[in-house]
Write a protein that binds this ligand. Structure first.
Ligand code: ASP
Length: 433
């Protein structure tokens, strides 16, 4: 399953799907018959295959997070080690997120992709995507809350909802994590025999979910091909040309993170061969890229980290669900770049203090972003508003966001994997498994 040939098949599916989709989109321009066939194949063949894979992954997220996280807290029992792991993880998360935004802001200052943007093109894009931007604005509840009490309740709801099942059906991860931590702590204070039995049950449940992921991964090469085909055959590359400088800077930074920064962190902090490490992560990268969702990728990263990277379940079950929810390096970087890009297009000059504020807001908001496709967009509008950049300007970049979303999800998820490997090394040095 996780053999090297399977990795390459997934990667081949990814490239083939993208090439086929782009080719079909462009061949279909002006040819109605051909376009109808492509749309039919996309809707009736590619979409269902991609969705079956995606749903198998989404399906296991809630029980997996609950069982894995509660189990690891209950088993650790030892609050000192949990605190130590949490502290290392938190520092690594924060450090890499702040570094990512700083890198993004610096690159946007250097390359200023928004400064040469013509006012006509700005108007054209604003008009095409204004409706989408308006929907996002409405969806942002925190922004809409006017009274202090309403704001406090909204923030509390993000962590401690009144009804955990309501939060779970809405796929909200922060309340799920808070509940899993509390459940684990509750199990941890039971008598030894009961604690053991509960841990065994939670372990079995988590392993069963991982087994389902294994079955889903058999579908991965075909499913990844289909998911990418659906996206690229619809949108093609036409918009990309107009926004190529912006897209180029953001994607370039992602490549630097993936191919330079993360391997360097692996070599220095994890002390493992970076090439072999990154190669083992191909299924994670392909799943993140094709699903654009940290949540959907979580089961795959749990499986690969435990089975192929040899990271102990106690560490994986703690760091990866937390990471998928709060650690978003790619999102933080993207938010910083997007704010500066829109500011540049509108001719707004942000001074150093405002840029420092952007950095802080991007890190904070990335923590609250949901790990789903486009999860960062409502929060991005709030960051824009805070620093005086018109939030409706998000319309400028919506057309190419799906592509950037694929990239930032890869960076988000790989940041969690590298952190898990780092925590594993430091913990293993203290207490061999
Ligand atoms: N799609 C991203 C993720 O799931 C979130 C975002 O929109 O930035 O990690």
């Amino acid at each position: 399953m996780s053999s090297p040939s399977h990795h390459w098949r997934i990667l081949a599916g990814l490239l083939l799907g993208a090439a086929l989709g782009v080719a079909c989109h462009h061949l279909g321009e002006g040819r109605e018959g051909f376009r109808a066939v492509v749309t039919w194949a996309s809707d009736w063949i590619a979409y269902p295959i991609g969705q079956i894979f995606l749903r198998l992954l989404f399906l296991v997220v809630v029980p997996l997070v609950l069982a894995a996280l509660a189990g690891s807290v209950a088993r650790l029992g030892n609050l000192a080690s949990l605190g130590r792991m949490g502290l290392r993880m938190g520092l690594f998360f924060l450090g890499t997120m702040a570094f990512s935004v700083a890198m993004g802001l610096l690159a946007m200052r250097l390359f200023t992709p928004g400064s040469g943007f013509s006012p006509e093109l700005r108007e054209q894009l604003m008009q095409s995507f204004a409706a989408d931007a308006a929907t996002l604005g409405n969806a942002s509840a925190v922004q809409a809350a006017t009274t202090p009490l309403a704001k406090v309740n909204l923030v509390l709801d993000m962590f401690l909802p009144r009804n955990i099942l309501g939060a779970i059906t809405g796929m909200q991860m922060l309340p799920l994590i808070a509940f899993a931590l509390l459940l684990g702590a509750g199990v941890g204070v039971q008598s030894e025999a009961r604690r053991q039995r509960a841990c065994e049950f939670l372990d079995t449940l988590a392993d069963a979910m991982i087994a389902i992921v294994g079955w889903a991964m058999r579908l991965a090469p075909a499913a990844v091909l289909c998911l990418i085909f659906v996206a690229t055959s619809r949108f093609g590359l036409a918009l990309l040309g107009k926004l190529s400088a912006y897209v180029g800077v953001v994607l370039g930074l992602y490549l630097v993170q993936l191919l330079v920064l993360y391997p360097a962190l692996v070599a220095v902090f994890v002390r493992r061969g970076p090439v072999a490490f990154m190669r083992t992560c191909v299924p994670i990268v392909a799943t993140a890229f094709s699903t654009s969702s940290s949540n959907a990728t979580l089961p795959t990263s749990m499986r690969v980290c435990e089975r192929d990277l040899g990271i102990r379940p106690a560490v994986c079950s703690f760091v990866l669900p937390m990471g998928a929810t709060v650690n978003m390096n790619g999102t933080a970087l993207f938010e910083g770049c997007a704010v500066l890009f829109v500011a540049q297009v509108f001719g707004i000059d942000l001074d150093l203090g405002q840029q420092a504020l952007v950095l802080a807001l991007c890190v904070l908001s990335a923590v609250g972003v949901a790990g789903v496709p486009g999860g960062s967009l409502p929060l991005l509008m709030i960051v824009m508003a805070q620093v005086g950049v018109p939030p409706a300007g998000i319309a400028l970049i919506l057309g190419v966001d799906r592509l950037l979303d694929m990239g930032r999800t890869v960076i988000n998820v790989m940041g969690d994997v590298v952190t898990a490997a780092y925590v594993e090394r430091t913990e293993a040095a203290r207490a061999p498994a």
